[in-house]
Design a binder for this molecule. Structure first.
Ligand SMILES: [Fe+2]
Length: 253
């Protein structure tokens, strides 16, 4: 096991989940799915089906991995909120870290990613090659930063990559202005945030300029960023590589 991530790995002890944990999964899944009401990007629904992630019970990581085999990725159990270099290490090796514990007490928001957020919000999107390639490529850049610290347009590169993950992978919106769909895992796994995005939120086209803004994780966002299509993710990464960062030229959406 790699030295960066070996402290964080955990085995999914499936028999440790209680009846109440499975009920929590079912309730969260049902609420999120109903609230999305078809407004997630199509790859999300494809991924739920392809990886066997259903409302029935908390999925077994082993079973998910059997179905992910042909896509070249695996899920791995973790505990805790991973530092950026640890998350980068996992995804650079095509391993998606999934929290082994599930939230208690009907919480809508959890600071530490849990099985529901990771498995329902993130993992289904790995069915798409553009999404997978983006994560792997971003992971490689994070590892490069970890071994040889560098900045991008004067900002610590880890901060830029963290903000990019946030703006696209956690709270991203995708598609046309007239028919936006949800891409970000934090929205997909939160009915409150899904409603907020569709009813009240300001959605702006993604530009690299937003990467100079910090953000808050513990509330809905003052604005969300929209990319046009999944292929945009690669061009955004290339534009950051080229230090084309605060320029307005890298506008998508
Ligand atoms: Fe997440």
């Amino acid at each position: 096991m790699n030295s960066l991530s070996h402290h964080w790995g955990r085995t999914q002890k499936y028999n440790s989940y209680t009846k109440s944990d499975h009920e929590t999964w079912r309730r969260l899944y049902h609420n999120a799915h109903m609230t999305l009401d078809g407004r997630a990007h199509e790859i999300f629904y494809q991924g739920l089906r392809a990886f066997g992630i259903s409302s029935f019970e908390i999925p077994r990581f082993k079973e998910v991995n059997k179905k992910m085999q042909k896509y070249g990725w695996n899920v791995v159990g973790v505990k805790g909120f991973l530092p950026i270099e640890v998350f980068g290490d996992y995804i650079s090796r095509r391993l998606f870290p999934v929290g082994v514990s599930i939230r208690q007490n009907n919480q809508e928001y959890v600071a530490e990613p849990d099985t529901f957020h990771d498995l329902f919000g993130h993992v289904p999107l790995l069915v798409n090659p553009d999404y997978r390639n983006f994560l792997e490529a971003l992971g490689c850049r994070i590892i490069k930063w970890h071994s040889n610290k560098f900045t991008i347009d004067g900002i610590d590169a880890a901060e830029v990559y963290t903000r990019l993950l946030w703006r696209i992978i956690e709270v991203g919106v995708i598609g046309s202005k007239e028919d936006p769909k949800i891409l970000g895992a934090a929205i997909l796994s939160s009915p409150v945030e899904t409603r907020w995005v569709f009813e009240n939120a300001k959605v702006i086209p993604f530009t690299n300029r937003v990467l100079s803004d910090s953000y808050r994780e513990d509330s809905v966002q003052p604005y969300y960023c929209r990319i046009n299509c999944l292929q945009d993710m690669k061009s955004i990464l290339c534009s950051i590589d080229n230090n084309d960062f605060l320029n307005n030229e890298t506008k998508t959406g």
